[in-house]
Each structure stands twice: as C-alpha cells, then as structure tokens.
Ligand binder design. Structure first.
Ligand code: SAM
Length: 277
C-alpha cells in the first residue's frame, strides 16, 4: 500500500502522536528554527511514537535536530532503555559555522563564531545523555561494523546522491531487525534544494564554497556552473526518490509519504507484515 498524507496530523493526531505543547518540545522547535522547522521534527516524532523502536540508527546527524525529536518521542513512548546511534562525517566537537539559535541571546559568549554540535546541544543533556550516541565518520565505514538485525528503525539523511543512498540502504537493510522500518528524508525534494544539500556535500561539489547562499535561498543560484547545476539535478536531486521507489517495488513494504515543508517530504517504509494503528 502507498499513501501520501497531507500532513502528519491527518494520520496520527487521534492517537496522540503529535508532540504536546511541552516545554521540551518548544525548546526543540526553537533549536530547529531557521534550518529544519518544527514540521520535519513532528514527522519523526510521530513515526517514533507510533513504531516504538528501541534502537534507532540515524545517518546524517547535522546539528542534531532530528535526533532530539526522536529522543523526545522515545522518552514520551516510555522507552527508557531506548538508544539512538547517529552518524555524521562532522565530529561532535568540531567547530563549525552551524546555524546557532543562541545568536539571539544577548551577551552569550557562544552566540557568535563557530561552535561545535556538542556545545549547541549542551542544554539538552537530560534528554540525550545515555540515549543518543554521536559517532563520527562516513556511514559506509561505520555501518560495516554494526551487527546484523540490530536496529528497529533507521532514518537515512546523509549523502543524498543515488550512489550514496543506494550504498547506505544496502548496509541498512542488513542492520534492520526483521520487522524494522526505515525513513528517508527528502524523498520529494521539489525545488527546495537548501533543505537537501548538506554543507559537506556542497563542499564536495567541485569548487563550490558559497554554501550559505543555497541554504538560505533554497534555489540553485546562478553562480553555480552549468556542470554543477547538471550534477546537482541529475545526481544529487533524484537519489532518494529513486532508491525509495526501488525498495517499494520489491512488494514487501508499505510506503507512507509525509510532507513537512513546501514540497519536501519524508518517506516511511514499513514491512507489509507490520501493522501500525
Ligand atoms: C541534511 S543534514 C542532516 C540533518 C539532520 N538529520 C536533521 O534532520 O536535523 C546531512 C548530514 O549528513 C552528513 N553526511 C553526508 N554524507 C554522509 C555520510 N556518507 N556519512 C555520514 N554523514 C554524512 C553531513 O555532514 C550533514 O551533516
């Protein structure tokens, strides 16, 4: 079965899988503001509340917003022994020009300049300590050592190229437990490129340095060369979509698509043998 939901509320509000207006959720939304807004986290929150995965694998930590949303969902679902392993090529302690929500706080020494993810997340210790494990390295290198069938849910949001997503999926399908589910970010990327391309990927596009411009505009800027345009549209853009369609075509998965911002969406694949709500 394949369903495209208009919103995550449409599917799950009746079951209470939408975060209540708790203080913790509001803090997470503030943390996400400016890059990934609340709807993206709401989808992940609702998916984790509904599926109740005890062990979660995430490829692509970014600043940690998605990990926070999933950690809150695990906690709200009563999964006190829940664990999230999140992998990123960017080290937890590395100083970066992340979007910093504290920049609006007057006289906060951490408000300007580069900052590490660790520092950004330091006020969320109560939620993530002992639950979220931050691993540094490429997914390929890290996934190879994870035991078969050890994860109940995976969120794939790292390298979005066809080659990258395909490779990640080949590892993830081994690591998933038999009834495990998987979600892919940016299934329908539309034109909101800013949400698709991580700074790491952009840096790898030949000669491309002006990351901020893309992230803010969400469109392919004119200063990219024709080759870069072509590479982004032909290689990076359709990777997630094609891999998800391929998995769905195997016939053993239900596919649910949740829009969260403009044309962006998360695709959730649940084994047909599993029924949720
Ligand atoms: C879109 S961001 C992740 C956002 C995060 N999941 C969230 O929703 O808040 C993508 C991240 O994937 C990382 N990345 C890209 N390719 C990767 C790979 N092969 N292995 C590990 N991390 C990767 C990038 O460094 C970047 O931080």
């Amino acid at each position: 079965m394949r369903v495209e939901w208009r919103s995550v509320e449409e599917k799950w509000a009746d079951h209470g899988f939408v975060p209540s207006d708790s203080q913790e959720w509001r803090r997470i939304c503030l943390f996400g503001q400016g890059t990934y807004d609340a709807p993206h986290g709401r989808v992940l929150y609702a998916v984790v509340r509904a599926l109740r995965p005890r062990r979660i694998l995430e490829i692509g930590t970014g600043r940690g917003f998605s990990a926070l949303a999933m950690a809150l969902a695990q906690r709200d679902a009563g999964l006190h022994d829940g664990r999230i392993l999140t992998i990123d090529v960017i080290a937890h302690g590395r100083l970066q020009h992340w979007h910093n929500p504290r920049r609006h706080v007057k006289d906060d020494p951490a408000a300007v300049g580069p900052i590490s993810r660790k520092e950004l997340l330091k006020d969320f210790g109560g939620l993530i300590d002992g639950r979220v494990e931050f691993e540094t390295g490429s997914s390929l290198e890290k996934l190879a050592s994870l035991p078969q069938g050890s994860m109940h849910f995976a969120f794939i949001d790292g390298d979005h190229s066809l080659v990258g997503v395909s490779r990640d999926w080949e590892y993830v399908r081994r690591i998933l437990a038999p009834q495990g589910s998987v979600a892919f970010d940016d299934y329908d990327a539309g034109t909101d490129l800013g949400e698709i391309l991580s700074s790491r990927i952009l840096r790898n596009i030949r000669g491309c340095r002006r990351i901020g411009g893309i992230l803010r505009s969400g469109r392919l800027p004119s200063w990219l060369s024709r080759d870069q345009h072509k590479y982004i549209r032909k290689v990076l853009f359709p990777g997630v979509h094609r891999v998800v369609e391929r998995i769905y075509a195997e016939g053993s998965w239900n596919l649910e698509v949740f829009p969260y911002l403009g044309s962006l969406s998360i695709a959730l694949l649940i084994p047909t043998a599993v029924s949720v709500c």
